[in-house]
Write a new protein. Structure first.
Length: 287
């Protein structure tokens, strides 16, 4: 797969249902080595965008994956792109062994030996029926299946929803080991910002189908800042137009975007906000 060009190019993607826009003017690229966090509360448009990328929805705008149209060339695209959701999508009447044999028969790039290596790191028995596995094991199985097919782009939609902390940690460790093995890119859709923040290179935040923030993680530190002030300086700080103001035990925390840091330091202590702080602030803004 050519890494000189972005894997995904999306320009002005718009999708409407019955006259109501579920996505409006969404643009982004996904290149080799990027991990894009697709963030937003339920109903923000994350799943609609993913289904559009998978060729399940038509849309206005320009969309290409590996230089191909998802609607017209879906079969070709899925040779190099995979998808994992929070809903079990594996045939639960099969055994794990049958699933491996089936995948080997239908996917040219599937490596059963690699699949077995991944399964050896879990407690999954290949003779087990898929329906008897716990949700955590099903997610591990699905990830192992994807990792053994040598895809270049993996899209994950709330992949660890409902899993306990142990399974979440194991899942993301395996995912990042796979990501670092080759020319790959990830899209991780989630509303659990803190869980995935440390993995991301870029972020796309949606609200009501519109983009409210799009940036690389490296640039966020230059754009956003937290100012901590006491009661004496809160009035002056509020006059500088913060995005949010929070108060705990008489100490105020104000989040600013694009502010003059030298001005802020005259009023109090300046620090870097977390991605969750920024996410919540952008969700509170009017679109």
């Amino acid at each position: 797969m050519n890494c000189d060009e972005p894997f995904i190019k999306a320009q002005h993607i718009t999708k409407s249902y019955h006259g109501k826009k579920a996505l409006e003017n969404i643009s982004f690229n996904l290149a080799c080595g990027q991990i894009l966090g697709l963030l937003g509360h339920n109903g923000a448009g994350k799943s609609t965008l993913i289904k559009t990328l998978l060729g399940m929805h038509s849309c206005a705008g320009e969309l290409s994956i590996f230089g191909l149209s998802p609607e017209k060339h879906r079969e070709k695209i899925v040779e190099h792109l995979a998808y994992i959701s929070d809903v079990a999508m594996l045939p639960d009447w099969m055994t794990v062994k049958q699933l491996i044999a089936y995948t080997e028969g239908v996917h040219d790039h599937f490596e059963p030996q690699k699949m077995q290596q991944y399964l050896d790191q879990t407690n999954i028995n290949v003779n087990s029926k898929i329906r008897t596995l716990s949700k955590g094991m099903k997610v591990q199985l699905h990830l192992a299946l994807v990792m053994a097919t040598k895809v270049n782009v993996l899209i994950l939609d709330e992949p660890t929803l409902g899993l306990d902390l142990m399974y979440r940690s194991t899942f993301y460790r395996a995912l990042m080991a796979w990501f670092n093995e080759g020319d790959r890119a990830l899209i991780i859709a989630s509303h659990e910002v803190n869980e995935i923040a440390h993995l991301l290179t870029d972020v796309l935040v949606l609200k009501n189908g519109q983009t409210v923030l799009q940036a690389s993680l490296s640039t966020l530190a230059d754009e956003f800042v937290i100012l901590s002030v006491n009661e004496d300086n809160i009035v002056a700080a509020k006059q500088l137009n913060p995005l949010t103001v929070n108060c705990q035990l008489g100490q105020y925390r104000l989040l600013f975007e694009g502010a003059d840091v030298s001005t802020l330091t005259q009023l109090g202590d300046v620090s870097q906000p977390s991605l969750a702080d920024i996410f919540l602030a952008k969700q509170q803004e009017a679109v």
